[in-house]
Ligand binder design. Structure first.
Ligand code: RTP
Ligand code: MG
Length: 137
């Protein structure tokens, strides 16, 4: 069993896609173990995307993810990290195929609806960044 950090970004909340996204993960058989809505602080967003701190789009990315409410979640299941990445779809819109969340609902590189952890180490770090242990059931 693995746990992964999933976040509906501000564009996904604004577009009323929270229910659709949760439905997809539940239909797939994953278990929801943490869920909350919040407006991320700049410090949390910068820590979350710290790996991209030197990239030219970093400021814009932090501005975007702090621009409104996000829905932070932890999902659990076999190979949950890669399984969720596959369901989310590629970062580059042209590579996000139909049937994935990004492939079905967006063609924008920044407004791409959803984040998912990309490896076991980043999943552990992100879960600890966004959730207190007692918030996970
Ligand atoms: P995320 O972390 O948000 O789940 O997205 P990801 O793994 O698919 O992509 P990542 O490489 O981690 O990049 C994080 C976010 O930065 C924006 N980005 N822009 N202009 C660019 O070349 C570029 N590359 C990445 C995207 O919004 C991406 O979601
Ligand atoms: Mg990423």
């Amino acid at each position: 069993m693995e746990r992964t950090y999933i976040m509906v970004k501000p564009d996904g909340v604004q577009r009323r896609l929270v229910g659709e996204i949760i439905r997809r993960f539940e239909n797939r058989g994953l278990k929801l173990v943490g869920l909350k809505q919040l407006v991320p602080s700049r410090a949390t967003a910068e820590a979350h995307y710290a790996v991209h701190a030197e990239r030219p789009f970093f400021g814009e990315l932090v501005d975007f993810v702090t621009s409104g409410p996000v829905v932070a979640m932890v999902w659990e299941g076999p190979d949950a990290i890669q399984l969720c990445r596959n369901m989310i779809g590629a970062t580059k819109p042209v590579n996000a195929t139909s049937g994935t969340i990004r492939g079905d609902y967006t063609c924008d590189m920044m407004l791409n609806l959803i984040h998912g952890s990309d490896a076991p180490e980043t999943a552990a770090d992100e879960i600890a960044l966004w959730f207190k242990p007692e918030e996970l059931l």
